[in-house]
Design a protein around this ligand. Structure first.
Ligand SMILES: *Cc1c(COP(=O)(O)O)cnc(C)c1O
Length: 375
């Protein structure tokens, strides 16, 4: 049995006609950069997310960088981020000569810990980047409260959580990525909404920020050849926008397939003592970009090897927290203990999850895990 972490080919085969047509249309019109298809995708994503402005760009990392540039942060300003995340979050902060302030994560949700955020705030804190890790939302209600009180911007890293919703205590629901001052996402092929190359987007409800983001992503110009600010060149190809349109129309269906697979894993793995299945928050839906278990008693690596011997792939997201990465060692600021960011990387294991995973494949994976634990 062939089991993959993600099955992009299998997904493509079901929508081949639409994807092939989108690509051919783009070649026939030969409008490769900007143009009507990119505009249509932006509008469709605005509608889907319920946000006023979506501005597409080259990738998710660019989206984060453009967001920080749009907020006019100055060298030395502090940006609070979780220590356990993908490196892109810290990287763009460093590139802009800002100071990444690392805080701990919550041991259950893997997301930024609010108490640690509160303890890390100084007069220099200008922004917080919560990462909605693995597809489930950070505690946005608490973060918004902090942001408002202290005049700090929230930039959401929603690269893994497109389509998930946050539920406020008054019952209001908003899509992740549309709640902070700016939201960022990625259309990297394996993301929940992935294209066939690189792509990304920024989301905001603020018209002035939207205008600024659009200008920064386009060499700092609003009128061609008139450059008002220093920008970057970062855009989504028309071919990628054409590919994303039919996939966006199916995003809820795709996320549902991931949730069904996650529920099935939960049901079958939760009885195993040495495994902790993903924690489900009440104030956020989970779109399972990753299905990440914690493996106790130091048996994670042995389980990974055992699965590999059966032809089952698994991944460690992420093996090394940011405070142990030599690239950032000299620029990071740590104000309190990073207990969970330190220990959780030794326990996490992400199992195959994607839109094409079926119960036969899942049974094979589950039985292998049970066999390992002699259940
Ligand atoms: C994928 C990802 C990014 C970067 O997106 P790219 O499109 O690969 O640049 C940033 N943050 C998180 C949490 C991601 O998962």
């Amino acid at each position: 049995m062939k089991i993959q972490m993600v099955d992009l080919k299998g997904q493509y085969e079901k929508i081949k006609y639409e994807i092939d047509n989108a690509i051919l249309n783009c070649i026939n019109t030969s409008q490769f950069i900007k143009g009507p298809v990119v505009a249509e995708f932006q509008e469709e994503l605005e509608r889907y997310l319920g946000v006023k402005y979506v501005i597409t760009c080259g990738n998710g990392t660019d989206a984060l960088q453009i967001a920080l540039m749009a907020l006019d942060l100055q060298p030395g300003d502090e940006v609070i981020i979780p220590a356990f995340t993908y490196a892109a979050t810290a990287e763009v902060i460093g590139l802009l000569r800002l100071t990444p302030v690392l805080v701990d994560i919550n041991k259950d949700s893997f997301n930024i810990d609010i108490k640690s955020v509160e303890n890390a705030i100084t007069p220099k804190t200008k922004a917080i980047i919560p990462v909605h890790l693995f597809g489930q939302g950070a505690d946005m209600e608490s973060l918004l409260k902090i942001a408002e009180e202290k005049n700090i911007f929230i930039v959401e890293d929603a690269a893994q959580a497109i389509g998930a919703s946050y539920i406020f205590s008054n019952g209001d629901r908003k899509r992740l990525g549309t709640i902070g001052a700016i939201g960022c996402t990625s259309f990297f092929p394996s993301k929940n909404l992935g294209c066939y190359g690189d792509g990304g987007a920024l989301m905001t409800n603020d018209p002035l920020l939207a205008e600024k983001i659009r200008s920064i992503a386009n060499h700092g110009q609003q009128i061609q050849y008139i450059h008002d600010i220093i920008g970057v060149n970062s855009r989504l190809d028309a071919i990628q926008a054409g590919i994303l349109l039919p996939k966006l129309a199916r995003l809820d269906e795709y996320n549902k397939a991931r949730i069904v697979a996650a529920d099935y894993y939960d049901e079958n793995l939760k009885a195993i003592e040495d495994i902790i299945v993903p924690f489900r928050l009440e104030n956020s839906t989970h779109v399972f970009h990753q299905y990440t278990i914690k493996v106790k008693n130091g048996s994670r690596d042995k389980l990974k090897d055992f699965l590999k011997s059966k032809g089952i792939p698994s991944m460690i997201y992420y093996p090394k927290p940011l405070h142990h990465q030599s690239a950032y060692m000299n620029i990071i600021n740590i104000k309190s203990e990073l207990e969970y960011s330190e220990n959780i990387p030794k326990e996490v294991l992400s199992l195959p999850i994607h839109t094409e995973l079926d119960s036969i494949q899942q049974d094979f994976i589950i039985n292998a895990i049970k066999e390992f634990f002699h259940k």
